[in-house]
Design a protein around this ligand. Structure first.
Ligand code: HPA
Length: 271
């Protein structure tokens, strides 16, 4: 099977950024991933999964996040960049801006959010929710090249969708300290860490969130995406070119080392 060390998981519209793309079918314990592409982004071989399928048929709450991440792990991926369209809650952020979030809040409801539904009971540390090294590279490459206004911090709240939020929900998220809202950032970030992969998100603002503009439509999201896509692809290309063959200098590969309880000895458990 073809292998790759770096992957992008993105919305619809990124498929064409790869040259010499081959489509793979990868079987996993969670289902088969049939839309995984391997190809070249400039000089680097990468994997790409269009989250919503190749013909945009999978809504955010029905994406098989576990199969996608497991399939990437199976083909050797160590480093994943997730791209997301987001609505701006923080009114300093404007449509077409780029955001590299540093933290997230999970408001999803019915998604399989872990590979560890059974023993060993596993509690991964999310004190640093995204890989700091991958974030650093994304921030450097977003800033350095001035493609668009970029924000190097932001709290992303992920909602279940597929409907957009109400103004009251957005006001609640604002009071909670959230800057941007999307429907696809989670549980991707969680599952990647459970597989010891580096993961960071590259978001672009497609609209002001509900209540901050008159109404929200997918058409607007795709029109802003078309404008932002060349910048996003440049940032991805340069960031990926800056990732060396060896693993980044971060602790993502050790994410599970201290994530489990030590089994109590009989005498201490009787105390
Ligand atoms: N809310 C949720 N998801 C989104 C939005 C939004 O305003 N814009 C793009 N994806």
């Amino acid at each position: 099977m073809e292998k790759a060390k770096i992957a992008v998981i993105g919305g619809t519209g990124f498929e064409d950024m790869l040259s010499h793309a081959k489509q793979l079918r990868v079987k996993t314990p969670y289902g088969t991933v049939s839309s995984l592409l391997i190809g070249k982004l400039d000089a680097r071989k990468i994997a790409f999964i269009p989250r919503h399928g190749l013909n945009h048929s999978i809504p955010p709450h029905k994406i098989n996040y576990r199969a996608n991440l497991f399939a990437l792990c199976k083909i050797g991926v160590e480093c994943v960049i997730g791209t997301n369209a987001v609505g701006a809650i923080n009114t300093n952020f404007k449509p077409a801006d780029i955001v590299v979030p540093h933290d997230f809040v999970d408001f999803t409801r019915q998604r399989s959010l872990t590979f560890y539904d059974k023993a060993p009971v596993t509690h991964t540390d999310f004190s640093h929710p995204y890989c700091p090294e991958l974030r650093r590279l994304l921030i450097e490459n977003s800033r350095q090249h001035h493609y668009a206004k970029s924000w190097d911090k932001g709290v992303l709240v992920c909602t279940e969708g597929p409907r957009f939020e109400t103004p009251a929900e957005i006001e609640m998220f604002r009071r909670l300290g959230c800057d941007v809202v999307g429907m696809t950032g989670l549980p991707e970030a969680i599952l990647a860490r459970e597989l010891k992969m580096c993961y960071a998100a590259l978001c672009f603002v497609s609209n002001m969130a509900a209540g901050l503009q008159e109404k929200l439509t997918p058409l607007e999201v795709s029109l802003v995406f078309e404008k932002a896509a060349p910048s996003l692809i440049k940032i991805l290309t340069r960031t990926i070119a800056a990732i060396h063959e060896e693993r980044l200098n971060c602790s993502c590969a050790n994410a599970l080392k201290e994530a489990r309880f030590k089994r109590c000895s009989r005498s201490s458990s009787q105390l």
